[in-house]
Design a protein around this ligand. Structure first.
Ligand code: BJW
Ligand code: ZN
Length: 241
């Protein structure tokens, strides 16, 4: 690991008054949560159009719920890793820090982060397809097919392809990106929109941008710095003195 680069980035972060982190599945990979793309990724075995679209749920809610049960079981059995803890520590030392995650696993909260913008929702949230009511449910497995008190079918409270992101959460994320003077982008392939566009927003606003990833991504070229490696190893180096 390039210790000079780490030191420089750590100083940038220390001097920052509006730091932002954008995280993706790679940050939970070291906890044992499968990523979506790349080796061992969920989209290697499962087709997104069969499981992660509103049309798929309309067609076969049982199948979709089975898949979410399988993922809920996996996630319930794992713990946060040093990447999650480092980011939780940053919130404690820098209250102006904004954590934006595409992850639905809830591991940032479990590690102690309090203000997390979960732009793709949460696997522990349920939403009624009839009345729109949202609730939390941590049953593993959840009884298929779950029903709302109104009788409507409940769906996972996550954002599927073709769906809009939760408006308030996304507005807060764009606002943070527009004000950011430092942005670290960890463990995301950067191919899913509009999440990935947060990086260009921050960049245009003049933020210093750092990518932490085991591989290069389509975002790599626009970043000011890249740290190639595992988030669970690199984030604690940047964040802890
Ligand atoms: C490590 C590591 C370690 C491994 N350390 N690193 C503009 C252009 C083109 C397409 C679109 C566009 N605008 C919208 C679209 C369509 C679509 C989209 O983006 N498609 C592209 C894929 C082509 N977007 C949408 O549909 C979005 N909605 C939308 O835009 O609404 C507006 C609208 C509506 C109607 C009409 C028109 C517009 C919604 C996107 C929802 C994404 N949902 C999912 C599933 C969530 C629910 C669930 O989990 O079940 O979200 S898909 C999946 O991808 C999940 C993730 O949050 C998301 C991002 O994945 P992420 O986190 O980047 O993970 P991976 O696996 O891709 O990458 C892991 C990375 O980690 C890799 O780079 C590894 O190298 C690295 N890594 N181990 C560090 N230890
Ligand atoms: Zn309902």
């Amino acid at each position: 690991m390039d210790t000079h680069k780490i030191k420089m980035i750590r100083e940038r972060l220390a001097a920052s008054s509006a730091p932002v982190a954008l995280t993706g599945a790679g940050v939970s990979a070291e906890s044992g949560v499968p990523t979506f793309r790349g080796p061992g990724g969920l989209w290697k075995t499962y087709k997104p159009e069969d499981l992660a679209t509103p049309e798929a749920f309309e067609r076969d809610p049982y199948l979709v719920w089975e898949w979410y049960n399988f993922r809920r079981e996996k996630i319930a059995s794992v713990s946060p890793n040093p990447a999650h803890y480092a980011l939780a520590g940053l919130e404690a030392s820098k209250p102006a820090f904004t954590l934006i995650t595409q992850n639905v696993d809830g591991l940032h909260c479990l590690a102690g982060s309090r203000n997390v913008l979960e732009i793709h929702g949460s696997i522990w949230a349920l939403r009624c397809t009839a009345c729109g009511n949202s609730s939390e449910n941590r049953d593993v497995p959840i009884e298929i097919l779950p029903r709302c008190t109104c009788g409507g079918l409940l769906r996972p409270g996550v954002v599927w392809f073709g769906e809009t992101l939760p408006e308030d959460t996304m507005n807060a994320a764009f606002e943070a990106a527009e004000k950011a003077d430092f942005m670290m982008v960890a463990g995301t392939s950067g191919v899913v929109q509009p999440a990935a566009s947060l990086v260009s927003v921050a960049k245009r606003a003049g933020a210093f941008t750092v990518e932490i990833n085991t591989d290069a991504t389509p975002l790599s070229d626009i970043m000011d710095e890249r740290l190639e490696g595992r988030a669970g190893e690199i984030l604690p180096l940047i964040i802890t003195a």
